[in-house]
Design a protein. Structure first.
Length: 871
RNA sequence: GGGAGUUUAGCUCAGUUGGUUUAGAGCAUCUGCCUUACAAGCAGAGGGUCACAGGUUCGACUCCUGUAACUCCCA
């Protein structure tokens, strides 16, 4: 069978993924093995795969595949999140395109459209993960609005209500005027925004006097309840207790004093609008100010504004500024940059608003979660996120859990026309509870129209995917929980990670996972975050198509240490593709040997085999260590070097038979073994090509995907050192050849002057192949008319047919000599320092003496060579 | 305004408790090669006052203080 020119990724990806599925390798059921469990952070049900998912899921797949090959019962659970606000927004947009307004639909009608949408588009992202090679247990796919999951969310809401942790209250919240819902603080993105600071004159009642305030929101003056100045501000002391008149609407408001006001900001006088600003609200509460809400839900002005009724807040800002200027109230405007809150989902400016919502009191529920991370019951990688976590947890505020949306888990609260309400699972229960609590029979109750925040369902994920709450103590939850590793982006440490830890302790009495690996954020080459609006997010599926899934995985993993942002560069995928090509070509070479073997035995390849065996052990152990510390990109780099440099560039060249010569069969067998081990090391990172090669190397009945990794013995250091020496010698001689502009075809005669003849005797056949020497012998003295290379303690004389020009050689040696001399001086300086010899540890001292001796010896060798050249 | 982090070759990053031949990779660059696995390749080379200024120490990329720039989180 002839092999294709390159690795054909499209064919192989489909072939192997369906084979793995057929064999049910990714399926996990509890058994006597130790479990290794990961729950996938559920992507939005309507989402599509982007670079962030690619990074995240590649990491998880590497961990899970490695665990599987190490003999754990590996279980990786997929699923999707209903993503209340994002999905509802998409459904609303879809309906609008069809000419249907959400307001024209009943709740049930809307929800049936939403489910239709979910069935049609939901789970596309899961299909895309298969393209990446993710080894998920698909039978366990969970959706946050599955029946059992839904019930658990509602039951937990009721339980927390019963415990008194959930309450209803009117508070300042972040209002999204586009999605028409409340947002939690975490859903508000602050961005530096250029604005104008307007200086406005308010007249003082009963005088001709004025007071000037500075505001960025002139459209809210109709909601003003007071003007506030600092009590110590001399400029305004005479105005305390007086009243000002709001321009345009002529409302009378008090002038109050509070040290909250910064005297040096603006004019030192602050307009107070309690209904539309968090700080003003607090100030209003303190001074018992009137609350005038001038906005409608959608950000237009309400009747209470008296003017500009029905116009949008930003339009009013422009118009009112003009009117204020025309009427002489606007003194001046200045440019001003400050942070403004935007909705994470709709990107509109968030409106602080007073609203009746459901809240979860966080203080008690969060304390075990804080402790768990601080005491490393749950470990964070990298650990710097412990600080971030602690800071948030110690200043935690209550969680607004209600959203004014229909798509999600409907709040199980029931209201009576009297305003009294109860929390119950369904209408029947609600009526019963209502009767006993309020002694009103035949009550007509209406369920709360609102939904719960999406994260109020996601925080149950690690246990509810195993039905740990809906079906307590079932076999799965007892076996798989707590899970092992959570892999997620640092952006959602508060949204999700912290809350899962809380829910885990609250409902399972146990942590949800042992460790959390925080990935970086994927940015473009210029360091900008990837986003739809910037259009800098490449189409991942296209990239997979072009370069292959293995190359995509390689490209994204090669430069992404835990917690560091990764700068995505397509060049890295190219590197991955080239790596595929390299591996494929090594296969082609070995395949050429297959039919041309000989049983004739020589020992000339013993060194190569011995060395590579040790090198393989060394690297396997290193990789194992790196994986334990989540140094995944370093582990991949190490494997890359082992395959490309050590295996392809050195080992294969060393054992490669001459043109059309046979290979010894034992060498062939060993080489297949090595290649197999290499593919096994690589498999978690690049599953497709490694599986394909595994099967190309030999007829096999098993698959690499589930082949158990053998423990490696620790390597023989002497063997490894000899390998290093051999490489140095080869490079050194090649360097001389290069500098003398010898053609690869020109052969040389090599003379070795060494005290270690035995070592070099075993290397002769490799050396002659690698430096194209037709004769190698040992010398006891300088060989005349030759080029010299000094490597370690040994000298190499190179004889060629070419006319000899020693000038380049001479200057190179002189350069080296200078370097060595100054090195020697620095060592001698150190050793002549009494304090050093007194204080340094013996091993450090020994080392310095060795450095000195080595340097002196080399200087001696080089000086001899130079002398010889001169003569 | 408060907190955390980063700063090492043109780019992306390693550098373990201070001492390991006067700082290591990969990519990019340069030179030479169409050498029978691979030009998506081979061989070799060059490139760094470890952000800056002090300090501790026999010895600092590594520890301490300050400064600057950038990033993130919180208000």
């Amino acid at each position: 069978m002839t092999l294709s020119k390159n690795f054909e990724h499209q064919i192989n990806e489909n072939k192997w993924y369906s084979h793995w599925l057929d064999k049910q390798y990714f399926k996990s059921t509890p058994d006597e093995r130790t479990p290794y469990t990961i729950v996938m952070p559920p992507p939005n049900v309507t989402g599509v795969l982007h670079m962030g998912h690619c990074l995240n899921n590649t990491i998880q797949d590497i961990l899970i595949r490695q665990a599987r090959m190490k003999g754990f019962n590996a279980c990786w659970v997929p699923g999707t999140d209903h993503a209340s606000i994002a999905t509802e927004a998409k459904v609303v947009a879809m309906l609008r395109e069809r000419g249907i307004a959400k307001s024209s639909l009943s709740r049930d009608e809307f929800l049936s459209y939403a489910w239709e949408w979910k069935e049609k588009y939901g789970g596309i992202i899961l299909q895309q993960l298969k393209k990446l090679g993710c080894s998920l247990d698909w039978d366990r796919t969970t959706f946050t609005m599955d029946k059992d999951y839904y019930d658990s969310v509602i039951n937990i809401f009721m339980d927390l209500y019963k415990k008194g942790v959930i309450y209803r209250g009117k508070r300042m919240i972040n209002w999204d005027v586009k999605a028409l819902t409340a947002l939690s603080d975490e859903e508000v993105i602050r961005k530096e925004t250029r604005q104008k600071l307007y200086h406005l004159n308010y007249s003082i009642e009963g005088t001709n006097d004025n007071i000037t305030i500075a505001t960025v929101r002139p459209e809210t003056i109709m909601g003003d309840a007071a003007i506030c100045v600092h009590p110590d501000d001399e400029r305004y002391k005479h105005l305390h207790g007086k009243f000002a008149i709001v321009p345009l609407i002529n409302r009378r408001i008090p002038i109050i004093a509070d040290d909250y006001v910064a005297m040096d900001f603006g004019t030192g006088a602050l307009k107070v609008t309690p209904a539309h600003d968090v700080n003003d609200y607090a100030l209003g509460q303190k001074h018992q100010l009137e609350i005038v809400d001038i906005f409608n839900d959608n950000g237009t002005l309400s009747e209470d504004a008296q003017i500009y009724i029905g116009l949008d807040r930003f339009e009013v800002r422009k118009k009112i500024a003009i009117e204020l200027e025309e009427k002489g109230y606007l003194i001046k405007t200045e440019e001003y940059t400050s942070e403004v809150g935007y909705s994470e989902r709709t990107d509109v400016v968030v409106e602080p608003r007073l609203s009746m919502q459901w809240w979860l009191s966080m203080k008690d529920i969060s304390s075990p979660a804080l402790k768990a991370v601080m005491e490393e019951e749950i470990k964070f990688y990298p650990p710097k996120f412990k600080n971030v976590y602690r800071h948030w947890m110690e200043n935690i505020k209550d969680w607004c859990v209600s959203r004014q949306l229909w798509w999600g888990h409907r709040i199980p609260a029931w209201y009576h026309e009297s305003g009294k309400f109860v929390v119950a699972k369904n209408e029947k229960d609600a009526i019963a509870v209502f009767e006993t609590e309020h002694h009103i029979s035949n009550a007509v109750l209406k369920q709360d129209e609102d939904c719960l925040d999406t994260w109020f369902s996601s925080w149950l994920w690690p246990f509810e995917v195993f039905k740990g709450y809906s079906n307590p103590n079932n076999a799965d939850i007892n076996y798989y929980y707590p899970t092992n590793t959570l892999v997620t982006a640092p952006e959602i440490i508060f949204f999700w990670v912290a809350r899962m830890i809380m829910a885990g302790y609250e409902y399972m009495d146990v942590k949800p996972f042992q460790e959390v690996y925080f990935t970086g954020i994927v940015r473009d080459k210029q360091g900008r975050k990837m986003s739809k609006s910037l259009g800098n997010s490449p189409d991942l599926l296209e990239l997979i198509d072009q370069y292959g899934a293995d190359a995509a995985r390689f490209g994204i993993m090669i430069a992404s240490p835990a917690g560091n942002d990764i700068l995505f560069d397509e060049a890295a995928l190219e590197q991955g593709r080239n790596f595929n090509n390299k591996i494929w070509n090594a296969l082609k070479l070995i395949k050429m040997w297959e039919a041309r073997q000989t049983l004739e035995a020589t020992n000339e390849n013993d060194f190569a085999i011995n060395w590579f065996e040790n090198r393989l052990s060394e690297v396997s152990i290193e990789v194992e260590q790196m994986m334990k510390q989540f140094k995944l990109s370093e582990a991949l780099k190490t494997i890359y070097t082992l395959i490309w440099d050590d295996f392809c560039s050195w080992y294969l060249e060393w054992v490669k038979p001459g043109f059309e010569q046979p290979i010894q069969s034992n060498v062939y067998t060993k080489t297949i073994e090595f290649f197999t081990d290499l593919m096994q090391l690589l498999h978690p990172f690049m599953p497709f090509i490694s599986e394909e090669i595994y099967h190309q190397l030999e007829e096999r009945s098993d698959d690499l995907c589930v082949r158990l990794l053998a423990e490696k013995e620790s390597p023989n250091q002497t063997q490894l050192d000899q390998g290093i020496l051999l490489k140095q010698v080869i490079s050194g001689i090649r360097d001389v050849r290069n500098k003398q502009q010898m053609k690869p075809k020109d052969s040389i005669k090599l003379f070795i002057q060494t005290e270690n003849k035995r070592v070099f005797e075993s290397l002769i056949s490799i050396l002659s192949k690698q430096v194209n020497a037709n004769e190698i012998s040992f010398a006891n003295d300088v060989v005349p008319n030759s080029f010299t290379s000094v490597i370690g303690k040994d000298k190499f004389y190179i004889l060629t047919e070419q006319p000899i020009d020693l000038s380049t050689q001479k200057s190179a040696l002189e350069k080296e000599l200078n370097h060595l001399k100054s090195f020697l001086i620095s060592v001698e300086k150190k050793l002549s320092n009494e304090k050093f010899t007194q204080n340094a540890k013996q091993e450090i001292l020994d080392l310095e003496y060795k450095k000195k001796a080595d340097a002196e010896m080399k200087i001696n060798i080089i000086e001899l060579s130079l002398k010889d050249m001169a003569g």
